[in-house]
Design a protein around this ligand. Structure first.
Ligand code: PAF
Length: 288
């Protein structure tokens, strides 16, 4: 392994970021970007490993709590932030550059352009967060144009987001390979999320009903269960028995996100539920 002395750059402006990436590209580097909203955890760090395994030799992590993807009554203000800790974690992971722009740098006051994906962005999370994905597609486009990567890694934890970004990249001809990395879980099964920090101990225990229920559903399908309605109803019951308030539970095609009527092919089972005031999402992929 090549020796690595910390020379991680922290870049705050789009112009500097573009110039840095441009120079790296000219010198033959393969840039992998990991877009994040910071408060990094094992899930984010695994995306860095995936970027390297996928061929990136130069890693850029973006840290930006994007205001446009939060609804008016959502947690933008209280979203956890700890830049010092994030920068240290990136340094330990031998990240080459952290791009951490301000909101004013990303969105000029008279900014009036959105990037909108119109199909996959309509169901699932969009039913209760109708403006969320246009914020995501807009900021991810802007982050791509600032960091000029060859590839970008997103987590399967945000399964809908990852499919929307893949579609956007295809539709708009971004010359960027999108890699989707598996969900990273806490030892007890809870999917890693910056929002887990909001949970009390009891809420955390209750939220284990998500991964438990999804694993059971997968095991039942693999054992031959075919009654999709019953499988989804059982999952709902087990989450509600743990004081979860279900936002949605669905069975969809893993690529198109179209709802499926019967078991078969590559399926995704996405779930969103509140535990206390905290809304968590999780999902499981099943192939039959
Ligand atoms: O998944 C996230 O953390 C965010 O939605 C992303 C992709 C960084 C855009 O702000």
């Amino acid at each position: 392994m090549k020796e690595w002395k910390s020379k991680m750059k922290i870049i705050r402006t789009i112009a500097e970021m573009q110039a840095w990436s441009d120079e790296k590209r000219r010198s033959g580097a393969t840039i992998g970007v990991i877009p994040t909203m910071g408060f990094l955890h094992e899930g984010h760090l695994s995306l860095i490993d995936t970027a390297r395994k996928s061929g990136a030799d130069t890693i850029v992590v973006t840290i930006f709590v994007n205001p446009t993807q939060f609804g008016p009554n959502e947690d933008f203000d209280k979203y956890p932030r700890d830049f010092e800790r994030d920068a240290k974690l990136c340094e330990e992971k031998q990240v080459d550059a952290v791009f951490a722009p301000s909101a004013a740098e990303m969105y000029p006051a008279d900014s009036s352009t959105w990037v909108i994906e119109e199909k996959l962005s309509r169901g699932l999370c969009a039913k209760t967060r109708p403006t969320h994905f246009r914020g995501v597609t807009t900021v991810v486009s802007k982050l791509f144009l600032a960091t000029l990567p060859h590839l970008a890694v997103f987590g399967q934890k945000d399964g809908q987001q990852a499919r929307i970004i893949k579609r956007m990249v295809r539709d708009l001809n971004f010359p960027i390979r999108i890699v989707i990395s598996p969900i990273i879980r806490e030892p007890d099964g809870l999917a890693r999320s910056s929002r887990n920090k909001y949970l009390s101990e009891q809420e955390h225990r209750n939220a284990l009903s998500l991964s438990r229920g999804l694993n059971l559903l997968k095991a039942e399908i693999e054992a031959g269960a075919t009654d999709l309605k019953k499988l989804l109803a059982d999952l709902r019951k087990s989450i509600e028995a743990s004081e979860g308030i279900v936002d949605y539970i669905e069975a969809v095609d893993a690529e198109t996100l179209e709802p499926i009527e019967r078991i078969g092919g590559k399926m995704m089972f996405p779930v969103a539920a509140y535990f206390g005031k905290t809304r968590l999402i999780d999902n499981i992929l099943v192939e039959k």
